[in-house]
Design a protein around this ligand. Structure first.
Ligand code: SF4
Length: 416
């Protein structure tokens, strides 16, 4: 059995993602008010409207990369003057829009009437949405989220909540629809339910051998971008967690002879998922977890779930605005990583220095040093680009990963 095995949850994922993209195209054609949002913008907010739908350019970009057309779409942006040094997600979407959706695995995204971005992860994303704002001549609402080098302050949370209220007013005005907060509460419950199942799924990496690979979790995170706040979202993650528990009960593991349990730091290498999981499995190695998937639905400094427990949904949404790793300083990043390394029983860490995502990569050299010194486990750094396969050398990467496995082995010999 290899990783990314075709399971019922795998088939279900393909179906709900296909349906989701078809649904937004169809509803847009029938007159829904369409908003393009950044990944961190709380999608549950739109459940409060009768006929407002959202599409996520980052999801489209990741899907394009995973389907092998990332570099092709990037080149279209480069041909109209965008630098190859810009984030490949941005280049994929700018290129796709410039070429009218050609070569896109989802036929592009439905044309929006509004854009909503935020600066929690990086300022490049705001500039990228500004390009669409100029390309399409539509309003661009920017949510300003303070960086968090320490736990989020109450005044920052209130500041974010006020901006969410402003966003609701702006959509009411532009779409002519009224917003109903009770429906947002209900959507938040579905998200929370799904999140609890997601965490149950990820926790099965602690089993020896691990019940999951990080590659499976990368693929399975897609609904977090496009289906939050829906019954399908909660149901999908229940199915995934139940099914994975059953695989453990049946002693079916992605890398049955697992000798090396690795942890990944950075965005998924979308164009390499199948190759990398197969090649590592041949070496009896498994990347069992990743900061990228562990951080979903958490708050800074820990990978424990932060679930919605009722109350003001805007307050909860604001509290989780710093969930992703990029806005965190090194201390918070290291605290969360150390927790995961210990809980999952990790032997070594792969820091993937990402040519596109500078905010994710900027602290990695220092963090790698700190992790090896404080936790005493080997780590290695490889060069990747999450969506542009032209910036990845397989041979160089595997040479370093093999060196990491040798260090783990050498450490075991020394200890015994
Ligand atoms: S640079 Fe990183 S955080 Fe910014 S848009 Fe690209 S992938 Fe996202």
């Amino acid at each position: 059995m290899t990783s990314q095995v075709k399971t019922e949850s795998g088939r279900h994922l393909s179906k709900i993602m296909r349906d989701c993209y078809m649904d937004i195209h169809q509803r847009a054609a029938q007159g829904a008010f369409v908003i393009w949002i950044a990944i961190n913008v709380p999608a549950e907010l739109f459940a409060g409207f009768d006929n407002v739908i959202y599409a996520v350019p980052e999801s489209h970009a990741a899907t394009s990369a995973a389907k092998g057309v990332g570099a092709l779409q990037c080149e279209k942006a480069e041909k109209i003057g965008y630098s190859m040094d810009l984030c490949s997600y941005a280049r994929i979407d700018i290129g796709t829009v410039a070429d009218g959706g050609n070569d896109s695995p989802t036929f592009g995204l439905p044309a929006p009437q509004m854009l909503v971005s935020d600066n929690n992860n990086c300022s490049l994303l705001v500039k990228w949405f500004d390009v669409h704002h100029r390309q399409m001549g539509i309003p661009h609402y920017i949510v300003d989220v303070p960086f968090c080098y320490s736990p989020q302050r109450e005044k920052d949370r209130k500041y974010i909540v006020e901006q969410f209220r402003g966003l609701i007013r702006a959509i009411e005005e532009k779409s002519g629809q009224r917003h109903d907060m009770d429906r947002v509460r209900e959507a938040m419950q579905y998200t929370s339910e799904g999140l609890a199942h997601w965490k149950r799924f990820l926790s099965l990496a602690a089993h020896r051998p691990s019940a999951i690979t990080a590659f499976d979790s990368f693929v399975q995170m897609a609904p977090f971008l496009t289906l939050r706040g829906t019954p399908q979202f909660a149901e999908h993650y229940r199915l995934l967690a139940d099914e994975t528990e059953q695989l453990v009960a049946d002693s079916r593991f992605p890398v049955p002879n697992e000798k090396y349990r690795l942890f990944w730091d950075n965005i998924a290498p979308w164009h390499q998922l199948r190759n990398m999981s197969a090649r590592l499995a041949q070496m009896d190695a498994n990347i069992i977890g990743a900061t990228y998937t562990q951080c979903i639905g958490t708050v800074e400094g820990s990978f424990q779930p932060h679930l919605y427990a009722g109350g003001d949904p805007l307050d909860y949404m604001a509290r989780t605005q710093n969930a992703y790793v990029c806005p965190h300083g090194m201390e918070l990043r290291s605290r969360a990583m150390a927790e995961a390394v210990e809980t999952l029983g990790v032997d070594g860490i792969v820091f993937a220095s990402n040519r596109s995502c500078k905010p994710y990569s900027i602290t990695q050299i220092d963090q790698m040093k700190q992790m090896t010194e404080t936790l005493g486990i080997p780590a290695v750094m490889i060069d990747v680009d999450h969506a542009d396969a032209r910036k990845f050398s397989q041979e160089t990467a595997y040479l370093r990963i093999e060196a990491l496995l040798e260090s783990i082995e050498a450490g075991r010999v020394t200890v015994s």
